[in-house]
Design a binder for this molecule. Structure first.
Ligand code: 0RA
Length: 651
């Protein structure tokens, strides 16, 4: 999230104003792409793909190919009309050069002739150009091939004709500038999950990804094709792949209301979670907004009307709340908005009021039809709603018990919590530690001024499968709520999280570096993802990385975090001359370290590595957590085999 601080100091506010667009992008990259870490690096690719998606949405392109090249540069090719290359009257350079070098030009530089249809997307490819060491654009158009190259956003030469062609399209290859980005290596899975998401959100477009950096067992490059015929219907099927359906089919509609393209798909499963993912112009609006309000309104009104008319609610002794209609619901809402206003902390909340009605109407109409035509499913849904209302009633009591304690203050803190003395949450850290014994070591090893310890006993509850009231009755989970100072539920929203009294801005999950530890880590992360997502979104959740080995000889010792590092230390220490077999200790658990070692390697801010937990792709997380924590074994085994870190060590 930080700009290049060196640059920040060099230029004052005055000189910034006089800088040209491209230089401003290079000086303040975070303003344009969010950050200069791994996220920003991948954002560059999305920015280029967005332009091709716009061309596809305009109906001129149906194939987009992406390569991660051997040198970690990226190539994006589409079969659209090709970016125009004729002279741009006002600028005196080719239209291609305008698109590539003028900030904010995008496709909108000349409203009438060169508007990219929809013009829905991001900051524009010129930003990618500005942040690239080199970029090359090749355009196939009107029987010819044109090309132009750039360095740090500046053209090497005017666009030139380099050949003839029978096809049309645009090919952009860029190498991110390593003086700007902290990292330079692309992650295949990150790009793959974005392309999968895009293929569902824009059905009918073929998206291909190839990794030129490596080959598989058969000598082939890793390659995937993402294509969806049925759009969000398939997206919901994918997310809920391992959940048990309550109704047979995904309910799906696509259409236009008041000129706004709206697509919605939903299904009910037998779980207790609400999973609604909303998108505006293919961007995940994880803070929701007016389209989500419209969706909820349509859903609640329609189901309520149906349930009341059915007579099934007659014997119910309490009111049904909005939440009750969403338990076990998986849904996606996607709208395309010409001039979206984004609000909220992370600018991912849609503000346009005019979007509420079209979405709500679309949902009402779709659901009304569905309920009429599928009375059996309708009955199932209403029964589920009644069950949810009943459970919520029971859960409220359990939750209020937890919260009453928190409100009472001091004595309300969990008995097992060893608190820190500092009270400013921005300075405080809470370690959630696997097991009482490691908890004890951590208590001795910590800096008690700002580090608090909460030991968790064994495996915490799998919240993916538990009902609400079970969650609030669970001892370890209660301790997490009261320890953190987080409360749940307001008048309007019984699940809203209140972080005003959050006591720590770093919550560090510290588990053993083995299979059980990973399992516990996943259980805790599942809890945070489902019940305290805002903590992750605010960047408060971290994972500690205890070392795997201690390599020792005589008075010299080194900690190692992986096998390569261990082997290097072994060689180093052997190399010291003598014959003696160097001593290697494998730390299976935190408990095998003494307090001093734990502080030195894992807790001391000067030495430790904390991994911050972020959500790159919420829908993909939803899919993975439900799969990992659900009942279906084969997909889980496959996932673990593909990602396992400790399997070999513990086998
Ligand atoms: C404006 C006008 C036209 C094409 C494009 C933009 C265009 C931009 C990109 C960016 C990536 N791929 C693209 N493909 C097309 C064409 C106008 C015309 O031919 O009449």
């Amino acid at each position: 999230m930080s700009d290049n601080s060196e640059n920040k100091e060099k230029y004052g506010a005055d000189s910034i104003q006089s800088l040209e667009g491209m230089e401003h992008v290079r000086m303040r990259p975070s303003m344009y792409i969010g950050d200069i870490g791994i996220r920003g690096l991948h954002h560059l690719v999305y920015e280029v793909i967005d332009n091709s998606i716009d061309e596809a949405l305009a109906g001129h392109c149906d194939e987009i190919k992406v390569w991660i090249n051997e040198d970690n540069s990226i190539t994006v090719e589409d079969n659209g009309r090709g970016i125009p290359v004729d002279m741009h009257k006002k600028e005196g350079i080719s239209a291609l050069e305008v698109v590539m070098t003028k900030i904010g030009a995008g496709g909108k530089f000349d409203k009438d002739s060169y508007k990219v249809s929809g013009g829905l997307h991001g900051v524009g490819v010129s930003v990618v150009n500005a942040l690239s060491k080199s970029l090359k654009a090749v355009v196939h158009r009107q029987g010819k091939v044109w090309q132009q190259e750039y360095k740090k956003g500046k053209a090497d030469y005017p666009a030139k004709e380099v050949g003839t062609s029978e096809k049309t399209g645009t090919i952009v290859t860029f190498m991110p500038d390593d003086t700007i980005f902290e990292v330079g290596t692309y992650n295949y899975d990150t790009l793959a999950s974005r392309l999968r998401e895009l293929s569902y959100l824009n059905h009918g477009i073929k998206l291909e990804l190839t990794d030129m950096r490596s080959v598989d067992d058969e000598g082939k490059h890793i390659h995937q094709l993402f294509y969806s015929d049925r759009g969000l219907e398939e997206f919901v099927e994918y997310i809920d792949e391992t959940r048990e359906r309550l109704i047979e089919k995904v309910i799906h509609m696509e259409g236009e209301r008041d000129g706004i393209p709206v697509e919605v798909a939903l299904v009910y499963n037998t779980s207790f979670n609400e999973n609604i993912h909303s998108y505006v112009n293919n961007i995940n609006t994880h803070e929701g907004g007016t389209h989500l309000s419209g969706f909820r309104r349509g859903l609640t009104n329609t189901l309520k009307k149906y349930a009341e008319a059915s007579g099934m609610l007659d014997k119910l002794k309490f009111e049904i709340a909005g939440d009750d209609f969403r338990e076990g619901l998986t849904a996606i809402v996607s709208v395309k908005v010409q001039e979206p206003q984004f609000e909220g902390q992370t600018k991912t909340k849609l503000g346009n009021r005019e979007i509420v009605a079209p979405v709500s109407q679309a949902v009402s109409e779709m659901l009304t039809n569905y309920l009429e035509e599928n009375p059996k499913d309708a009955h199932q849904i209403v029964q589920k709603v009644i069950l949810a209302a009943t459970a919520r009633h029971a859960a409220r009591k359990a939750r209020e018990m937890v919260q009453r304690k928190t409100v009472m203050g001091g004595s309300g803190l969990p008995g097992k919590l060893a608190d820190c003395s500092e009270k400013d949450p921005s300075l405080c850290e809470l370690f959630l530690v696997e097991g009482d014994s490691a908890g004890g070591t951590a208590k001795q090893g910590r800096d008690r001024f700002f580090q608090a310890i909460l030991p968790l006993r064994g495996k915490i509850l799998n919240v993916e499968k538990a009902m609400q009231h079970k969650i609030f009755e669970n001892e370890e989970i209660k301790n997490i709520y009261t320890g953190l100072g987080v409360t749940v539920g307001t008048e309007e929203d019984s699940k809203a999280l209140n972080l005003d009294k959050l006591r720590y801005h770093k919550v560090v999950i510290m588990c053993d570096a083995d299979v059980d530890g990973s399992h516990i880590e996943t259980l805790i992360l599942t809890f945070f993802f489902r019940h305290m997502k805002e903590l992750i979104e605010n960047g408060y959740i971290y994972i500690a990385t205890p070392p795997l080995y201690l390599v020792k000889k005589g008075g010299k010792q080194h900690y190692a975090w992986d096998d390569d590092q261990r082997d290097r230390y072994i060689r180093d220490l052997r190399g010291a001359g003598s014959e003696s077999s160097v001593n290697v200790q494998r730390y299976k658990g935190l408990g095998e370290m003494n307090a001093e070692q734990l502080w030195d390697t894992t807790m001391n801010p000067e030495m430790r590595t904390l991994r911050q937990v972020t959500i790159e792709n919420a829908a993909e997380c939803d899919h993975v957590f439900s799969m990992l924590m659900g009942d279906d074994v084969p997909p889980r085994r496959a996932f673990i085999e593909a990602n396992a870190k400790y399997a070999k060590i513990d086998a």
